[in-house]
Design a protein around this ligand. Structure first.
Ligand SMILES: Cc1cc2nc3c(=O)[nH]c(=O)nc-3n(C[C@H](O)[C@H](O)[C@H](O)COP(=O)(O)O)c2cc1C
Length: 338
């Protein structure tokens, strides 16, 4: 059987196949809470046999939302809705994950924005308030408290959003972090924001923890894949992370110089080979055979699909049918795939 359809065991969970729904903000949570749309949207992908569903970037504090319509998890009132969402996805055998995020200077919501340094993202965005050390520590605590809530809500996995130029990425990148205190300067200092979040979560959590990164800033003076290889070879980080979800870009308002099918897979492969940590590949992987080959060539352990699962929700079942593989189907759909 093609690897695409084989299970993957990580720590205490088994994901039934290698297809992951990549986190995608739906910008439809007016009060930051789960509503009928979220339940229908995510549970239908579970019914369609996606192995792991990563819920969209969910903000750990109100000012951290990208828009005013993002999901939130900054107090206990959010747990009940997320719990129902989990139950619905679990009904169909998917494993579930939530992406915990904070937009930092890229927040487009109605509140003032914050960042490691007071540098705006572009001409139209707000100039962020530069966080004091106490405020940095408060945000770290909020990430950790949000992780606790996510566990209480029944997620099988947590993903920290350290990619796409959002707050954790802003601490990591020298382009956005000009601090002269313990959270800025050397790469060790710049990574301490992420590291303290990881270690704080590990004080009470021994489940699956992913980190999504942007393996390159596409700028000579920014973060490079070699920097991430160094970061993830730090024993304290390495031993506490189960998978690196490898994306790119977003810290600056520039496009990758070259976009082609699977253009980010090379970064997944390089990081996987140089850290020995499992990776997820993402970006233009919608072609069934192409995605399958990424796994066969050992360039990644999981395939994250974003847009392909919006337009082809039954991607897993359709891929299996086209590739002549027999996978477990929901009984109600079996006749469509005979
Ligand atoms: C509508 C939409 C919303 C997205 N929201 C998020 C998000 O919340 N968190 C994140 O890390 N990436 C987000 N992304 C990026 C996707 O997870 C994915 O990395 C990207 O779309 C490339 O994969 P694809 O070619 O399979 O779509 C979003 C993408 C789309 C299209």
């Amino acid at each position: 059987m093609k690897k695409l359809f084989t299970p993957l065991s990580i720590r205490n969970i088994e994901i039934k196949n290698r297809v992951v729904m990549s986190p995608m903000c739906m910008f439809i949570a007016g009060d930051a809470k789960v509503n009928d749309f979220h339940i229908m949207h995510y549970a239908s992908r579970a019914l369609a046999q996606v192995g792991l569903i990563v819920i969209e970037a969910t903000s750990i504090s109100p000012e951290g939302r990208i828009s005013d319509n993002d999901l939130g998890i900054w107090d206990d009132s959010f747990i009940a809705g997320l719990k129902i969402l989990n139950e619905k996805m679990h009904t169909y055998g998917a494993k579930t994950c939530i992406q915990l995020g904070h937009a930092g200077r890229k927040a487009l919501n109605s509140m003032p924005s914050v960042a490691p340094s007071a540098i705006a993202f572009n001409e139209t965005s707000k100039i962020p308030h530069e966080l004091s050390i106490d405020e940095v520590k408060e945000i770290i605590k909020k990430f950790i408290a949000s992780a606790k809530r996510a566990i209480d809500a029944g997620f099988d996995c947590l993903e920290l959003h350290a990619a796409h130029g959002y707050l954790i990425n802003q601490f990591l990148s020298p382009l956005t972090n000009k601090r002269t205190d313990e959270y800025g300067g050397s790469i060790e200092n710049r990574v301490s924001f992420l590291k303290e979040i990881i270690l704080g979560i590990r004080e009470f959590y021994d489940g699956v923890l992913f980190v999504r990164i942007s393996a390159t800033d596409y700028d000579e003076n920014g973060m490079h894949t070699s920097d991430y290889i160094k970061i993830f070879n730090d024993e304290e980080i390495k031993s506490n992370i189960d998978l690196i979800d490898v994306s790119t870009g977003g810290i600056l308002e520039i496009k990758p110089p070259n976009i082609f099918e699977g253009y980010q897979v090379q970064f997944s492969e390089e990081i996987k080979n140089n850290t020995n940590i499992p990776t997820g590949a993402v970006g233009l992987l919608g072609d069934y055979n192409f995605a399958s080959n990424v796994l066969e060539k050992n360039q990644a352990d999981l395939i994250f699909l974003g847009r392909p699962l919006l337009t082809d929700p039954h991607w897993v079942m359709n891929a299996a049918k086209q590739m002549g593989e027999k996978i477990e189907m929901p009984k109600v759909y079996e006749r469509g795939y005979l």
